[in-house]
Design a protein around this ligand. Structure first.
Ligand code: SF4
Length: 354
């Protein structure tokens, strides 16, 4: 058991991180636990690395939540199968393609098609959607549709899917099992390996603040993601959903999530790191704070309002109508207000290292 006495003092830990030391719990854990002035210095260091390696541009990814059906029962999620009072929807393929075209017409370069693990959204249905989007737009397409077979991932890649997001959530076997009663950590890891082998730009990430989670466990997650070769990294603070078994569990704090964003930027200087919507659910300025702690991606939600209200992963999710060009302009203005600019390109991953 690695104890507190093995942690480097904060100063040494930060110097090791900035010096691109090999990721190790002895310096990752003290950074992940930083508070007050130390936390501020960590974020400033990460912001400096962000400037140096990925610049001032912020990539906008238009998020479309295409189905709220899910066959799984994750303990923290409002879309879990046993949440039977949750209204559900599944967009038709033509609806998804129309939203993607709308995203392209108002200036987005990437569309993210996200959903629960919905067996009715099968291999060929998604393949047709991909084919139609690729034939009628110049969008990069990111998929986030959960654990699927190698053949399914291969088929979607063949139809032009560029990227895939599948969060590992935690690499701690006991913690993973406790919040994924019908999940299998090895299977999820295998899916990520399959996606990498198929040449997807690979996205994963973790939940922060799960009950029983420690800084050492999160440090292990960071090392695992590094070994995997992840290229896009999402941090989701655990926000208790009143309609789940974890309703009364204390949630993850914004500061904890921002520390992890900063640590990820230090460990993965070239990666795409979103300031996730969940940061905005904890703090109206959560997006900006994420961008100042090392993030370089925002994912505005283009799901139509009526459906978005039924896609209740966690409480407090912003339900702002941002489907129009005017609303995109408002996001651009927020980015420019912190001295950043919106990227004009597709924002594919940076595979070159310095
Ligand atoms: S986290 Fe994903 S897989 Fe788990 S219940 Fe929610 S939507 Fe389904």
């Amino acid at each position: 058991m690695r104890g507190l006495e093995e942690w480097l003092p904060f100063e040494d830990a930060l110097a090791t991180a900035v010096g691109r030391g090999s990721p190790d719990p002895t310096w990752l854990a003290p950074l992940l636990s930083a508070e007050g002035d130390d936390a501020q210095r960590l974020r400033e260091a990460a912001d400096g690395v962000r400037r140096r390696f990925v610049g001032y541009e912020v990539h906008l990814r238009a998020l479309v939540e295409i189905t709220s059906y899910c066959c799984r029962n994750c303990m923290y999620c409002g879309l879990r199968r046993d949440h039977t009072s949750q209204p559900r929807y599944r967009m038709s393929p033509s609806e998804v393609v129309a939203l993607a075209r709308q995203a392209a017409s108002i200036g987005y370069r990437t569309v993210v098609l996200q959903g629960g693990e919905d067996p009715c959204l099968d291999r060929e249905t998604v393949a047709r959607i991909l084919s139609d989007i690729k034939a009628s737009t110049d969008l990069a397409v990111t998929l986030s549709l959960g654990e699927r077979s190698y053949d399914t991932y291969a088929r979607w890649r063949e139809e032009g899917a560029d990227r895939y997001l599948l969060r590992i959530e935690t690499t701690d076997p006991a913690l993973f099992a406790s919040v994924h009663p019908d999940g299998n950590l090895r299977r999820r890891m295998q899916c990520l390996e399959d996606l990498k082998r198929l040449g997807y730009q690979l996205g994963t990430g973790v939940l922060v603040g799960l009950p029983g989670q420690t800084a050492l466990s999160t440090a292990d997650d960071v090392i695992w993601m590094r070994d995997l070769g992840a290229e896009m990294l999402g941090v989701g603070p655990f926000i208790p959903n009143p309609d789940t078994p974890l309703a009364d569990t204390p949630g993850g704090a914004l500061d904890q999530a921002l520390n992890l964003v900063a640590v990820l930027r230090l460990v993965f200087p070239n990666a795409h790191i979103p300031a996730t919507t969940a940061l905005g659910a904890l703090d109206p300025m959560g997006g900006e704070k994420g961008l100042k702690a090392g993030a370089n991606v925002l994912m505005p939600n283009l799901t139509p309002r009526t459906q978005r209200e039924s896609y209740a992963l966690y409480p407090g999710k912003p339900i702002v109508d941002i489907t129009s060009a005017t609303c995109r302009d408002a996001i651009v203005a927020r980015i420019e207000a912190i001295g950043r600019r919106v990227a004009a390109d597709h924002g594919h991953v940076h595979r070159l290292t310095e």
